[in-house]
Write a protein that binds this ligand. Sequence first.
Ligand code: PEP
Length: 250
Amino acid sequence: MRQPLVAGNWKLNGSRERIQSLLDGIKAGIGEVNDAAVAVCPPFVYLDEVKRQLDGTRIGLGAQDVCEQDEGAFTGEVSAPMLKEVGCKYVIVGHSERRNLYGESDDFTARKFASVRRQGLIPILCVGELLIEREQGITEQVVARQLDAVIELEGVEALADAVVAYEPVWAIGTGKTATPEQAQDVHAFIRQRVAQESQSVADGLRILYGGSVKANNAAELFAQPDIDGGLIGGASLSADEFLAICKAAG
Ligand code: PEP
């Protein structure tokens, strides 16, 4: 049995005041979420404060990105040891906004994944195709390439301590969700690909869906056999909406 996970990716949103009221709302309702693990991923500067607010709750803390280096002359970067020290449990790597807006490659993403694992943190590896790639019928090729970069660097066993998030880029922040069938097809493909290397890793791997998940479409997505929760962007900025999605996961 894979425990579902719902992680809120707040992206470049928030202020002290806004985060306070969002957290108050999530904490007030978290008792109604039964089985799903829940996490929030605030911008770096708020991690420490959010961690303090989450102490004593079952809500985990995640970061949205990480440096592939542990320390040194890398101005503007934040390392995995730092994220560990402030209490992160999860780190998103390879989000499509990093890949597409900041030109981060598969290899670079794999090195970030490795830096997260070195600290014993849980990487949430994002994979997913652009609209044009879906239209060209190469979705599986793209997702396989993104996944293989990590497997080649770290070995398939590295996925035993990781989470994968399938996020079709055309569905992120667009209000256009993949249908449950479209999402399930890619999730099943990912699991099969991992199973080619290790059936037990594949069986235990949590694969989240991300891309315009809302309270009104979460249940049918999460009901798919290979969808183990969600990575939630826009809807994670509303406590009610986020909690409803968490409840739909279990
Ligand atoms: C995301 O940023 O990972 C995401 C899925 O965003 P949204 O839910 O807004 O599409």
